[in-house]
Structures are given as C-alpha cells and as structure tokens.
Design a protein around this ligand. Structure first.
Ligand code: HEC
Ligand code: HEC
Ligand code: HEC
Ligand code: HEC
Ligand code: HEC
Ligand code: HEC
Ligand code: HEC
Ligand code: HEC
Ligand code: HEC
Length: 265
C-alpha cells in the first residue's frame, strides 16, 4: 500500500509554498516593502525643501525613513529630516516648540494618497484642544471660522491680546485702558466686571473705596491726592530719591507697611 502524505505535506504543496515564499521575498526586495504599505505617500511639495528629497513619495520604498522597526512611526525619524521642526522644539518657540510631548502622528498622518497636501490635513485636524496649547478657543471664539482670526491662510504672528484684534468701543474709548481682559471675557461684551486690579482697592483699613477716589476722570489715570495731601507727601518723601514722585505705584504696589519698610532700606 502506498503511503499517503497529509495533503499539506505533499511534495507538490511543499514546492509551491517554497515558490510562493520566494516570490514574496523577491517582490518585497524589489519594492522595499511597499506591498505592505496602506497607501501612497504625499507627492505634494510647497517649496524646494533642501532636505535631499522633493517630497515623501520620493522615498516611498524606504519605509524605515519614518517607521522604526517594532515601534511604528517615531518622531526622531521625522526630525532627522525636518531639522527646522527639531530647531523649533529645541528653542521652545513657534508652533512645534510649544506642543509639549505630543507625538507627530497625533496631527500628521500619511498614506492618504499622492495628491494629499500634508499641511492642509494637519490644519483640518487641528482641534480646539490642540489650539488651547497656544491660545484658548472658548466663548464666542469657539464658533468662529479659522479665517476670522487667520486671514489669507496665515497662522503665524497672530495677535494674542484682546486689543490686538478688538477696538475700544466708542462708549469707553480712552477711558478704561486696553487691558480688556481685566473686565471682559470671551463670553460676550455686555457682562463686564472688573476682575483684576493691581492696586489694592481697600488699603489703609478703610474698606473698598469707590473708583472715583483715585480715578478722577478716567480709569487710565489715577491720583492719590484725595486722601494723601500733596504737601505732606512732598515732606514725607523729602529723603527719597526719585525723578517722578507722582508715579506712586512705581514704588508702592501693595501700599502695606511691610512694603514701606522694604522701601525705607
Ligand atoms: C514619510 C514617512 C513614511 C514613510 C516613508 C512610510 N510611512 Fe507608513 N506611515 C507613516 C505615518 C505617519 C503613518 C501613520 C501612523 C499612525 O497614525 O500612527 C503610517 C502608517 C503605516 C501603517 C499603518 C500601521 C501603523 O503603523 O500605524 C502601515 C502598515 C505602514 N505605514 C506601512 C508602511 C510601509 C510598508 C512603508 C514602506 C513601503 C511605509 N509605511 C512608509 C509614515 C510613513
Ligand atoms: C527623508 C526625509 C524626510 C522624512 C524622514 C520625513 N519627511 Fe516630511 N517632508 C520631506 C520633504 C522632502 C518634504 C517636502 C517639502 C516641502 O513641501 O517643502 C516633506 C514634507 C512634509 C510636510 C509638508 C510640509 C509642506 O510644507 O508641505 C509635513 C507636514 C511633513 N513632511 C511631516 C513629516 C512627518 C510627520 C514625518 C515623520 C512621520 C516626516 N515628515 C518624515 C522629507 C522628510
Ligand atoms: C498638535 C498638532 C501637531 C503636532 C503634534 C505636530 N504638528 Fe507639525 N504641523 C501642525 C500644523 C497645524 C501645521 C501647519 C502649520 C501652519 O501652516 O502654520 C504643521 C506643519 C508642519 C510642517 C510644515 C512646515 C511648517 O513648519 O509649517 C512640518 C514639516 C511638520 N509640521 C512636522 C512635524 C513633526 C516632525 C512633528 C513631530 C515632531 C509635528 N509636526 C508635530 C500640527 C502638528
Ligand atoms: C479667536 C481667534 C482664533 C481663531 C478662531 C482660531 N485661531 Fe488659531 N491662533 C489664534 C491666536 C491668537 C494664535 C497665536 C497664539 C500664539 O502665538 O501665542 C493662533 C495660532 C494658531 C496656529 C499656530 C501658528 C504658528 O505658526 O505659530 C495654528 C496652526 C492655528 N492657530 C490654527 C487654527 C485653526 C486650524 C483654526 C480653526 C479651527 C484656528 N486657528 C482658529 C487665534 C485664533
Ligand atoms: C486673533 C484675534 C482675536 C483675539 C486675540 C481676540 N479676539 Fe475676540 N473675536 C475675534 C473675532 C474675529 C471675533 C468675531 C468678530 C467680532 O465679533 O469682532 C471675536 C469675537 C469676540 C466676542 C463676541 C462678540 C460678539 O459680538 O458676539 C467677544 C466677547 C470677544 N471676541 C472677546 C475677546 C476677548 C475678551 C479677548 C481677549 C481675552 C479677545 N476677544 C481676543 C478675534 C480675536
Ligand atoms: C475697566 C473695565 C473695562 C475695560 C478695561 C474694558 N472694558 Fe469694555 N466695557 C466695560 C463696561 C463696564 C462696559 C459696559 C457694559 C454694558 O454694556 O453694560 C463695556 C462695554 C464694552 C463693549 C460693548 C459696547 C457697546 O456698545 O455695547 C465692547 C465692545 C467693549 N466693552 C470692548 C472692550 C475692549 C475691546 C476693551 C479693550 C481694548 C475693553 N472693552 C476694555 C468695561 C471695560
Ligand atoms: C485706592 C486707589 C484706587 C481705587 C479706589 C481704584 N483704583 Fe483703579 N487703579 C489705581 C492705580 C494706582 C492704578 C494703576 C496701577 C498700576 O500702575 O500698577 C489703577 C489702574 C486701573 C486700571 C488700569 C488702567 C490702565 O491704564 O490700563 C483700571 C481699568 C482701573 N484701575 C479700574 C478701576 C475701577 C473700575 C475701580 C473701581 C471699582 C478702581 N480702579 C478703583 C488705583 C485705584
Ligand atoms: C521712588 C519711590 C517712591 C515714590 C515714587 C513714592 N513713594 Fe511713598 N514712600 C517711599 C518711601 C521710601 C517711603 C518711606 C519714607 C520714609 O519713611 O522716609 C514712602 C512713604 C510713603 C507714605 C508714608 C507711609 C508711612 O510710614 O506713614 C505714604 C502715605 C506714601 N509714601 C504715599 C505715596 C504716594 C501717594 C505717592 C505718589 C504721590 C508716593 N508715595 C510716591 C517711596 C516712594
Ligand atoms: C480714600 C482715601 C485714600 C486714597 C484715595 C488713597 N489712600 Fe493710601 N492710605 C489711606 C489711609 C487711610 C492710609 C493709612 C493711614 C496712613 O498711613 O496715612 C493709607 C496708607 C497708605 C500708604 C502707607 C502704607 C503703610 O502702612 O506704610 C501708602 C504707601 C499709600 N496709602 C499709598 C497710596 C497710593 C499710592 C494711593 C493712590 C493710588 C493711595 N494711597 C490712595 C487712604 C487713602
């Protein structure tokens, strides 16, 4: 009786398996692993890169440019080429210098096709959470279009203070100063309330004083003469070296006795 091999161990099966493996190995060798690639890499370039390649598709066969074996895509591979990003991170400046420990793949992906613009993809995926690492998008700002604050597709050098984007309104122009956030939040303009005031409103043990006791005409100016008689002030400060005695808060920021003692030394 002839011995019967298990069908998987028959000489024909073994030979064809060998051929299959050899064929796969040959294809991998010829394509550098592209057979396992989930899609084409971007062939869009914005400017001559100076990185030795035109775009990512120029090295699509060389997976290890971006993939570290057994670890996947790691930042060090990306910054090997993108030294301008590494420089931003080292300096803690610009967009990439202020994103903390976030991995590149949180915002940048690949294999989406050769005509895909990687910068456009990153911007489209840039969430309010990502944005808060630079500037919070809350209140009325949350529902705006990106272009309301970033016109002409320019993202860098956007003003960060309220007054950098908002004009003082006619009802209090030149009256309240330009530190808008002392009184306003991004919720709306109407519910205004003073939430930050550097000089204590209640020093001297008399409780909170009305605004007009120091701000005679407008909030951008102050006078202490309502209570501290100017002639007496001149006498008290006779031994104090100063070019401008009227700039009281250049010395008295807290108006406490501890501070005065410090100033006396
Ligand atoms: C320009 C850089 C780059 C090159 C070159 C590259 N990839 Fe990728 N690849 C990526 C990025 C980015 C991702 C997304 C990773 C993520 O979302 O975690 C990715 C994802 C993948 C994934 C999905 C699984 C995973 O790790 O997330 C596979 C599979 C893959 N790549 C295979 C390949 C193969 C095979 C090659 C070479 C033929 C290759 N890649 C070349 C950047 C690259
Ligand atoms: C072998 C060098 C090399 C590696 C590695 C590399 N890149 Fe690139 N990258 C380039 C080149 C070249 C361009 C095209 C430059 C251009 O558009 O000005 C580019 C373009 C980009 C762009 C679009 C820039 C633009 O202005 O259009 C992004 C975003 C980007 N790469 C992110 C990554 C990320 C994330 C990784 C790691 C997963 C990575 N790159 C790995 C060379 C590299
Ligand atoms: C929080 C999201 C986020 C992370 C994390 C991130 N990027 Fe970006 N990246 C962006 C956005 C958004 C842009 C587009 C910025 C613009 O147009 O001003 C960009 C642009 C780029 C560009 C184009 C050139 C430039 O300076 O505008 C490159 C290259 C790049 N990123 C590489 C990287 C690399 C490498 C890493 C990881 C070390 C990384 N990015 C991490 C969001 C991110
Ligand atoms: C209310 C105004 C406002 C809106 C709306 C807004 N941003 Fe911004 N964005 C800013 C400000 C302010 C900065 C600058 C932060 C800084 O430099 O400290 C900034 C910075 C950025 C940066 C970093 C630029 C760089 O190179 O440093 C990117 C990228 C960005 N915004 C993308 C977006 C995207 C995408 C949207 C829409 C989803 C958006 N922004 C909506 C105000 C806004
Ligand atoms: C980068 C520019 C930018 C900065 C910085 C900025 N805003 Fe805005 N803000 C806008 C734009 C654009 C709008 C929508 C158009 C408008 O109402 O002026 C807006 C709308 C608002 C609104 C809603 C107005 C309404 O009528 O509904 C309020 C309130 C507001 N901002 C408060 C603030 C405050 C407070 C700050 C500072 C903490 C600030 N903004 C900083 C650009 C900015
Ligand atoms: C000292 C507090 C204070 C500061 C600082 C301040 N505001 Fe106001 N703001 C107010 C008060 C109070 C109102 C009146 C609120 C109401 O309508 O009941 C107001 C009203 C407004 C209004 C609504 C005007 C209208 O016609 O209804 C706008 C817009 C506004 N402020 C913008 C600003 C901007 C922009 C800045 C900074 C350049 C700023 N404010 C700084 C207190 C302040
Ligand atoms: C006891 C004196 C005193 C009282 C009372 C007082 N302020 Fe002031 N205020 C000052 C001084 C001093 C400064 C300047 C702070 C500095 O230079 O550090 C100032 C600054 C300000 C500013 C900033 C002006 C600018 O140039 O940006 C605003 C707004 C303001 N005060 C609002 C108020 C309001 C509203 C009240 C009433 C609720 C009030 N202040 C009550 C002493 C006072
Ligand atoms: C160059 C710093 C400087 C400036 C500006 C200044 N002071 Fe003084 N102030 C001092 C010093 C130092 C003393 C303590 C003088 C001493 O005891 O010889 C003092 C003392 C005082 C005292 C008395 C405290 C006590 O012991 O009773 C008052 C009140 C006072 N200053 C208010 C003001 C007022 C109001 C202004 C603005 C009109 C002003 N100062 C400007 C430095 C300054
Ligand atoms: C409503 C009245 C009033 C106004 C307005 C006022 N003060 Fe006073 N201040 C007092 C009183 C009361 C004391 C405690 C008695 C004293 O030392 O003269 C005092 C004490 C002080 C002291 C001494 C603190 C110590 O214990 O050494 C300083 C400094 C001072 N004020 C600075 C200022 C400055 C600067 C301004 C203007 C921005 C100002 N004061 C406005 C009532 C006022």
């Amino acid at each position: 009786m002839k011995t019967r091999h298990h069908p998987l161990l028959s000489p024909i099966a073994l030979v064809s398996t060998l051929f299959l493996i050899a064929g796969l190995a040959f294809t991998l060798w010829m394509t550098g692993g592209r057979a396992f690639s989930p899609g084409d890499l971007s062939a869009v370039a914005h400017s001559p890169s100076g990185l030795g390649f035109e775009h990512h598709a120029s090295f699509s066969d060389d997976c290890t440019q971006c993939h570290t074996p057994l670890q996947g895509v790691t930042a060090d591979r990306c910054t090997n080429c993108h030294s301008e990003i590494a420089a931003q991170q080292a300096a803690g400046e610009k967009l990439h210098g202020r994103l903390g420990e976030l991995a590149c793949v949180n915002c940048h992906t690949e294999h989406l096709g050769s005509d895909v613009d990687l910068v456009a993809v990153a911007l489209a995926d840039f969430s309010a959470e990502d944005h808060a690492l630079l500037f919070p998008l809350d209140g009325a700002h949350l529902t705006l279009d990106c272009a309301d604050c970033h016109s002409d597709g320019t993202y860098s050098d956007t003003p960060t203070t309220c007054a950098g984007c908002h004009q003082e309104p006619a009802i209090h122009a030149n009256q309240f100063g330009t530190a808008c956030a002392n009184c306003h939040t991004t919720a709306d303009w109407q519910s205004a309330a003073l939430t930050a005031h550097r000089f204590p409103l209640d020093h001297g043990g008399m409780g909170d004083q009305p605004c007009a006791s120091c701000h005679l005409e407008q909030l951008t100016r102050y006078s202490c003469a309502n209570c501290h008689v100017p002639q007496i002030m001149t006498d008290v400060h006779a031994g104090v070296a100063t070019d401008n005695l009227q700039a009281c808060t250049s010395c008295h920021q807290l108006a406490t006795s501890a501070e005065t003692e410090r100033l006396q030394r």
